[in-house]
Write a protein that binds this ligand. Sequence first.
Ligand SMILES: [Zn+2]
Length: 135
Amino acid sequence: MRSRIKMTLAKRLLQEANCLLEEYYRQPIEEVMTDLRIRCFIDKDAHDPIQLLYGLHFSRLFYQVKDEPAVRLRDAIARFVDGGYGRCLHCGNEIPSEWLIRSPLLEYCSTCMVKEKPSLRAAEERETSLEFSTG
Ligand SMILES: [Zn+2]
């Protein structure tokens, strides 16, 4: 994966994390990051999204939460850190990066999504075609 795309995807995952942190912990991500800095999970002046994601991953912040969106985010971050992010969980094919930028928690390629989650695929296609038709 090219580093510019990787950086964009790291930012998108952080945005998703931000939404979930607000929802579950009523805490904006900046506060959480400050806390992680104090606890040395990330360098005190780190602003690189990839490094922040690693910090989130190793802090195991989302590990107590059992709700689906948080679990999906946690797993996506784990794949980002350990490798395998952006590959279909079913067949291992690469998921197009435009799709991931739009939906950073995507787990399946288009072919497998038809089998696994047809409704999701329809939603993705609507969004994707909208995106490209409006330029
Ligand atoms: Zn697949």
